[in-house]
Design a protein around this ligand. Structure first.
Ligand SMILES: [Zn+2]
Length: 262
């Protein structure tokens, strides 16, 4: 059953051609957190299967529906190492995704063979991308609530990877919206700024979204603390990890074909 809130959000998000205005002070985005850059994974925090890497070469990939969770339902199991307040914090972020979409996150039981195992290892925050089948790891390293991996936006960011999303600036049309400053990125990390043909990843018809919780911050993977990504719109801010954006909501609902009453 679809909530009234979902209908309203669907309508709101589809009627917004531009990203939402920001209601947080500027300093918020200048603060840099590198928790998502810690792992030596694909683009920092994504673990791709060998098939996904092959698919990327073949230019298919996450447009492919095999990476979507069946029945829009994601069973997950939290490690017993999480404190109660950490577990509650994660659940609050998942509740937010449920409120604005038709996705459901349920506690894994013994009948679920395919599920996300949420771990608390000291190795940054990272996730596999899309439904993999079997047990797939998603990690939040311990941090104070509200910091590092334990920001609502970062928790949603990692779960959006698990639902099948890449980073915003990987989009085929990103050069129309941002400039990548290659000189400020180490050779090792330049692969993290690759863009993909839209047969691989898609916006699902939604405009490029500076406000996306999946967008890297201005100085992601910087070797000198100078900007590595500069928005072409001088008023745009990127890299927020506060909340799921209206564009994120719209893309998620389109990917999972949530019924927006249309
Ligand atoms: Zn990421």
């Amino acid at each position: 059953m679809m909530s009234v809130q979902l209908v309203i959000l669907c309508i709101l998000s589809s009627s917004l051609a531009k990203p939402l205005l920001f209601d947080q002070p500027r300093w918020f985005w200048s603060w840099r957190d590198t928790s998502e850059e810690k792992g030596e994974y694909y683009e920092g925090d994504m673990i791709l299967s060998s098939k996904q890497i092959t698919d990327l070469r073949k230019r298919t990939g996450l447009v492919n529906t095999q990476y979507r969770w069946p029945n829009n339902t994601v069973p997950y199991q939290l490690s017993s190492e999480f404190t109660q307040s950490e577990a509650d914090f994660i659940r609050t972020s998942l509740n937010r995704v449920e409120e604005v979409s038709c996705l459901k996150f349920i506690s894994r039981n013994s009948f679920h063979n395919d599920f996300i195992s949420v771990t608390r290892e000291n190795s940054g925050c990272f996730s596999k991308v899309g439904f993999q089948g079997g047990v797939q790891q998603l990690n939040f390293a311990p941090h104070k609530l509200g910091e590092g991996c334990f920001r609502n936006g970062t928790i949603i960011h990692e779960f959006l990877h698990a639902l099948g999303f890449f980073h915003m600036q990987s989009a085929a049309d990103r050069d129309d919206y941002v400039t990548i400053v290659w000189d400020n990125i180490s050779l090792d990390h330049r692969k993290n700024f690759k863009k993909y043909n839209d047969t691989v990843i898609t916006h699902f018809g939604v405009d490029y979204d500076y406000d996306s919780v999946m967008h890297y911050p201005r100085n992601a993977f910087s070797i000198n603390d100078k900007d590595t990504i500069i928005p072409r719109d001088p008023d745009a801010e990127i890299g927020q990890r506060v909340r799921i954006s209206s564009g994120d909501i719209e893309r998620l609902n389109k990917m999972y074909e949530c019924d927006c009453g249309k």
